[in-house]
Write a protein that binds this ligand. Structure first.
Ligand code: GTP
Ligand code: MG
Ligand code: NA
Length: 345
């Protein structure tokens, strides 16, 4: 069921958490991809971006949405993957600055770890609503797998001792949150989501609980963020990476947070040797449900609407700086003023 509201942009959901809690593997499970396998040492070292169109979200949440028939209104969801390794604080911070909502991934066997805490601090700083994926439930001893099942249904199928171990580990994680001054509760028992963190048990290996997680994110954005997701005249676009792509020369990977962008637009951004002033030759996205970081067949677009991750191909981008803002210079804009703004951040 969906009824897309044309005045709404897709929200951005960032995935944050301690190293190796399963952030990338959760996305692989949803996308049916194998990005994690291709990472050096199994460690994410860049920000990733994947666009989920509404049709995919609807399919993916169907298992837990049969009874309620919740209507999807948003055009889609842009999901940002971040590294959990301690050295990448700057990338976690950049990711959290772009997002509307977040999934904080916690390993149920470990509870809260140092970069979990760091991620919570980043989210609190910007008052970003988030949900916790309590991941790796399949590692509970004797766990009985039903692939891709909603959590409550699969939990009913577990033996008593498995349910007890789950409860013990859940209690420990809740206690960790309490020690940080926060309440936490299983998402379907949470009666007060404004002041209590929701926990969604998941497994990136078996897909269990993942429909619940996606459904929660969709509801969170639709219920509480409509105002924030209404298209504004403001334009916001941030550079993630500078890359050479065969056949396209130097490109930059960017996230368009708000507004729209066209092929042929004049853009201004910060460069190592002064401002870069150029014209967009091509706007390129991966296929839907494919990761921007990974080489693939790119699709060329005349125009793109937020939120979306894509590549800009243009002359002169080789000196651009990750983290910089991109400005569009329209007929009425003063290029000198935009250059000054670009060089400020
Ligand atoms: P960084 O991006 O490097 O911070 O790690 P990450 O959080 O993306 O974790 P990643 O997806 O790389 O997974 C780390 C390891 O945990 C891999 O060996 C995965 O196979 C394993 N793993 C992830 N999720 C699960 C899960 O739900 N169950 C089990 N059993 N293993 C998992
Ligand atoms: Mg990862
Ligand atoms: Na990893």
């Amino acid at each position: 069921e969906y009824d897309i509201d044309k005045n709404l942009r897709s929200p951005i959901c960032v995935v944050l958490g301690h190293v190796d809690t399963g952030k990338t593997l959760i996305l692989d499970k949803i996308r049916k991809t194998r990005v994690q396998e291709g990472e050096a040492g199994g460690i994410t070292q860049q920000i990733g971006a994947t666009y989920f169109p509404i049709k995919s979200l609807q399919k993916l949440t169907n298992k837990v949405n049969k009874k309620h028939r919740y209507k999807h209104k948003l055009p889609g969801l842009l999901v940002i993957d971040t590294p959990g390794h301690e050295t990448f604080t700057n990338l976690r911070s950049r990711g959290s600055n772009l997002c509307d909502v977040a999934i904080l991934v916690v390993d149920i066997m470990h509870g809260i770890e140092p970069q979990t805490r760091e991620s919570i601090d980043l989210l609190k700083k910007r008052k970003t609503p988030f949900v916790v994926a309590l991941n790796k439930i399949d590692r509970l001893y004797d766990w009985n797998v039903t692939e891709n099942m909603g959590f409550r249904d699969t939990f009913k199928n577990q033996k008593k001792h498995v349910q007890m171990e789950f409860q013990n580990r859940l209690n420990e994680t809740i206690l960790h949150f309490n020690q940080l001054g926060m309440n936490a509760e299983l998402y379907f028992k949470n009666k007060s989501i404004k002041d209590t963190v929701s926990l969604v048990p998941t497994s990136a290996v078996t897909g269990e609980g993942i429909p619940d997680l996606l459904m929660y994110v969709v509801q969170l954005t639709q219920k509480y963020m409509i105002k924030k997701l209404t298209y504004l005249s403001t334009f916001q676009c941030t550079i993630l990476e500078v890359k050479v792509i065969e056949g396209h020369g130097t490109t930059v990977d960017v996230i368009l947070v708000n507004g729209k962008i066209h092929e042929g637009d004049r853009i201004i951004t910060c460069g190592l040797n002064g401002p870069i002033d150029t014209t967009i030759r091509a706007l390129l996205t991966p296929q839907p449900l494919k990761e921007l970081r990974v080489k693939s067949e790119f699709i060329r677009h005349p125009v793109l609407h937020a939120a979306v991750g894509f590549k800009i191909s243009a002359v002169g981008l080789e000196n651009s700086i990750p983290g910089s803002e991109v400005f569009i210079c329209g007929q009425r804009d003063d290029p000198e003023e935009l250059k000054e703004r670009a060089m400020k951040d």
